[in-house]
Design a protein around this ligand. Structure first.
Ligand code: NAD
Ligand code: SAH
Length: 412
């Protein structure tokens, strides 16, 4: 049986979804077409996504396309309970509430797999990996993956010769990761830090671990608010990019002594560990915008601290043996989705337009694609950008015949 926290919140959730939809013109256009053409008629989709107002607009678009949807969260703390209630009222089979335990979280994912889905839609890889580990994969025709770490996990599954069905790497679409990962995470991470702490960012030392798409977005937004930004990296090219973008680059063992605010954005584990925390200033704030709650080692914090207490929502104080205190936001889980509402609707518009069109593509190509991690077709990427530009009232030039020929020619 589908399960949400409080069905009585549906009205509030509906208003919230309406607000999101008003800022998602690309997905709305696709939804209107889906309603007419019903390309997903009779199909079942199991999804593990953050249950937010933006995800709701996507789920309702897929339903309008004819699919039956089974939805579980992709993080135990990111569910917006009013949105989950509204979706349940709309006939989406939702298994999600904010504050699930680890076992409830995996239970919810498995409930969706038990529904015998034709396709999976995942954010982070937990659903797809469980489908493979628990024997559901054989009956699944294809899937999509929303985020960087999920794509990396599925590529590892493919490398081990274990991936059983084609999965489209939505994350790697240009209209996804150049916008969602960069501007979406940039803005919503600052939003999460501010909602949890309400501190001043101007003038602070702000340390960003990782200078990929996500780290770059956060570093730029923090600089825009007047912080002195330090970047830590392990990749020499990314470190060089950060240095030439004007950021201060140094190892974490040095940055740990200087930082007032730390944000991890690596997708890796143990980026901030006991040895770093021990050398931090009194009052340092730690947050994660990357993946699981292992980038900032919560385990180390728990082991090394003498006491802990919750001072505000999403703000936990740890008292260290050296008498200093550090503050962990959102239990070390994604600060932008736990302490704030995730990315703004305008940017999720493009990510989720890629999701909707990728599922439609998988349906059309059913049985023809290899069991590999495959890119979003280029025409989908271009189509998403074209509709987005149109919705923003922006026109661009097109190549003349002479220019096309010039670009194709090798002659002097
Ligand atoms: P990316 O691969 O472009 O960047 C990750 C960077 O971290 C790389 O440059 C890598 O060299 C660096 N790195 C790895 N280990 C490190 C370490 N120990 N110290 C310092 N740097 C290290 O990936 P991305 O697209 O930027 O995504 C990063 C993470 O954020 C992923 O886990 C992704 O799933 C997640 N993500 C989160 C959100 C969100 O809403 N919070 C949005 C998009 C992606
Ligand atoms: N299971 C992982 C998932 C990584 S989340 C975890 O929680 O640790 C990163 C993804 O969240 C991004 O790729 C982004 O597309 C998605 N996201 C960000 N804001 C969102 C929003 N408002 N609604 C739904 N998904 C969102």
């Amino acid at each position: 049986m589908p399960k949400v926290k409080d069905e009585g919140l549906a009205g509030k959730g509906k208003d919230s979804i309406e607000w999101a939809r008003a800022h998602m013109p690309v997905l709305s256009e696709i939804a209107r077409r889906f309603l007419k053409e019903r390309p997903l008629d009779g199909l079942r989709i199991a999804a593990s996504m953050h249950v937010t107002k933006e995800t709701a607009v996507l789920m309702l678009a897929l339903r309008d396309g004819g699919a039956r949807i089974f939805l579980s969260p992709s993080n135990p703390l990111s569910t917006q309970d009013d949105v989950a209630a509204a979706l349940a009222e709309e006939g989406i089979e939702v298994y999600a509430w904010r504050g699930m335990s680890e076992s409830e979280y995996f239970w919810a994912i498995e409930e969706c797999l038990k529904a015998d889905p034709d396709f999976t839609m995942d954010d982070g890889g937990d659903l797809t990996v469980m489908a493979h580990e628990k024997g559901y994969a054989e009956r699944i025709a294809g899937g999509t993956e929303e985020t960087t770490t999920g794509v990396l996990r599925l590529m590892a599954l493919e490398r081990d010769g274990k991936l059983r069905y084609p999965v489209i790497a939505v994350n790697n679409a240009e209209t996804k990761r150049n916008f969602d990962n960069v501007y979406g995470t940039g803005q919503s991470t600052i939003d999460g830090i501010l909602r949890a702490t309400n501190i001043m960012i101007a003038g602070k030392w702000f340390v960003v671990a990782g200078y990929g798409y996500v780290g770059r977005g956060i570093a730029n937004r923090a600089r825009g608010m007047g912080a002195k930004v330090i970047v830590t990296e392990v990749d020499p090219i990314r470190a060089l990019m950060a240095a030439m973008d004007g950021f201060i680059v140094m190892p974490m063992r040095e940055a740990a002594k200087l930082g007032d605010i730390f944000v991890t954005a690596t997708g890796n584990s143990g980026v901030i560990k006991a040895e770093h925390v021990s050398s931090m200033k009194d009052g340092a704030i730690l947050a994660n915008a990357g993946h699981f709650d292992v980038e900032v080692s919560v385990k180390d914090l728990e082991l090394m601290s003498l006491a802990k207490r919750d001072l505000r929502e999403n703000l936990r104080e740890y008292l260290l043996p050296n008498g200093k205190r550090v503050y962990l936001l959102a239990e070390g889980r994604l600060v932008n989705l736990v302490a704030a509402e995730g990315h703004p609707s305008e940017v999720m518009d493009m990510s989720f337009a890629n999701q909707a069109l990728s599922i439609e593509y998988l349906v059309k190509e059913r049985g023809k694609l290899p069991a590999k991690v495959i890119p979003v077709p280029r025409w989908i990427d271009s189509e998403v950008a074209r509709i987005k530009l149109r919705s923003m009232g922006i026109e661009i030039d097109s190549l003349t015949k002479e220019q096309e020929e010039y670009l194709r020619s090798w002659r002097i």
